[in-house]
Ligand binder design. Structure first.
Ligand SMILES: [Zn+2]
Length: 156
């Protein structure tokens, strides 16, 4: 038999679902008057809590809270000019694709004639810049996920 009394958590679990304890703890409870008394107290407490009527609001809380929120100043212009940003991105992408297609023979010659070290001097800074830019975008995205539009208001 365990000489140390069971913890409150073990006793609460036993009061809720008696099959949860191991055989050693069950043996202790069967022999220990103090632990049995505490289990009985928890059982009575849980029965009383379950018998209580659940509290309920007799009014709708959501409209009261939403009515007190200030109107958003940031999100309206974003949605208003969203189509312009998409249009500019499409035009820019098409322009870059056209330039790559038109000048592809010259671009191929440019990279073919670069010495090995020159190629690394182009590729490494470009890759590092690209990775740093991606990292910054990810940080900004995560911050927007946490703070939403309020991060812009906090910076002002
Ligand atoms: Zn005990």
């Amino acid at each position: 038999m365990t000489t140390v009394h069971l913890t409150d958590k073990q006793l609460q679990e036993f009061a809720e679902v008696p099959d949860n304890l191991g055989p050693e703890e069950m043996l202790h409870i069967s022999k220990c008057e103090s632990c049995r008394l505490r289990v009985r107290n928890y059982t009575l407490l849980y029965a009383g809590l379950n018998a209580m009527e659940k509290p309920a609001f007799d009014f709708d809380l959501a409209p009261l809270v939403v009515g007190q929120l200030p109107p958003s100043r940031i999100s309206a212009p974003k949605s208003k000019y969203y189509w312009a940003a998409v249009l500019c991105a499409c035009i820019g992408t098409a322009f870059v694709a056209l330039m790559v297609w038109v000048y592809s023979p010259q671009l191929a010659v440019l990279f073919r004639r670069l010495p090995g070290i020159g190629l690394y001097m182009v590729v490494i800074p470009t890759s590092v810049t690209f990775l740093l830019q991606c990292s910054a975008y990810i940080k900004e995205y995560k911050r927007n996920l946490i703070f939403g539009d309020r991060s812009h208001q906090l910076l002002k």
